[in-house]
Design a protein around this ligand. Structure first.
Ligand SMILES: NC(=O)CC(=O)C(=O)O
Length: 274
């Protein structure tokens, strides 16, 4: 039980919400023979990554998108870290939300993106999720037969405390539906995954949308799997594709024993004397 397989489905996002949902089945069929335990989908995989589209595409938990994803998890006997979708609550607020389903299709976790992606890079990418989205207010872990796992959404990865909190809580791998762009992707995508993996001696699996050069927000792609030594174990390019990987928790334990960073922390002295 200390090894498991996971797949990141780097799929394109099309305008028609339910076409994206149908496409997920097509990829799940393709990977059936690989007997993966976990599947992760990209950030906003069934809604164009445009702030004005989020309220338009949003559904409440338990809506048609949720039902289809839950049914896929059960049909294919997988843990489904179901990318992210715009979720609306009963007061009309919209969140960037990742639902997590177990092998029976039961929802076992839900993460609302906690750090909203508001950036304005001179000569590069600008985006303001807070125009239409509300931030979640906590980190998320979920239980599996392989142990506790963490999940965060895209911009959340940039905040080291967030991953550390999950690791302090026993997370063994962190799943990251994400969509970096043509400005931040080449600069920070691989670096962010390797750094969080190295800091926390943990596996990280990031899943991005395939690149569509005609989209208003252009995804960097490059879905990525990094290991507890900080190495890249697998990475796609920008095109549609599936990244299949294997995590070995005995290896993670060995790294944590041989280079005991997590044990050697000095939480007793991390303060500035004034
Ligand atoms: N899309 C995001 O939330 C984050 C991103 O693109 C970045 O951090 O860069």
């Amino acid at each position: 039980m200390n090894k498991f397989r996971a797949a990141a489905i780097q799929m394109p996002t099309v305008e028609d919400k339910m076409e994206n949902i149908k496409a997920v089945r097509h990829y799940l069929e393709q990977i059936k023979a690989h007997k993966v335990d976990f599947v992760v989908l990209p950030e906003m995989f069934c809604c164009p990554y445009q702030t004005e589209k989020f309220p338009e595409y949003a559904e409440e938990e338990g809506g048609s998108v949720w039902k289809a994803l839950s049914a896929y998890a059960k049909e294919y006997n997988i843990y489904l870290v179901a990318g992210s979708v715009p979720e609306k609550d009963d007061e009309g607020r919209v969140y960037n939300t990742c639902y997590i389903f177990d092998r029976q299709g039961v929802q076992i976790g839900k993460h609302r993106k906690t750090h909203l992606f508001d950036i304005d890079i001179k000569g590069g990418q600008s985006f303001k999720e807070s125009d239409t989205l509300t931030a979640g207010n906590s980190g998320t872990v979920f239980e599996t037969e392989f142990g506790r796992m963490g999940v965060m959404i895209c911009f959340d990865i940039r905040f080291p405390e967030f991953a550390r909190m999950m690791v302090n809580d026993g997370a063994r791998m962190i799943f990251v539906p994400a969509a970096f762009n043509m400005t931040t992707g080449p600069a920070h995508w691989e670096l962010s995954f390797r750094t969080r993996a190295l800091d926390n001696q943990i596996y990280m699996l990031g899943c991005a949308p395939a690149r569509n050069p005609a989209a208003s927000y252009i995804s960097w792609g490059h879905s990525i799997f990094t290991d507890p030594w900080g190495r890249v174990r697998g990475m796609l390019d920008e095109s549609e594709g599936i990244l299949i990987c294997e995590a070995d928790l005995d290896y993670e334990n060995e790294i944590r024993e041989q280079l005991p960073l997590l044990k050697a922390r000095r939480n007793d002295v991390y303060r500035i004397e004034k």
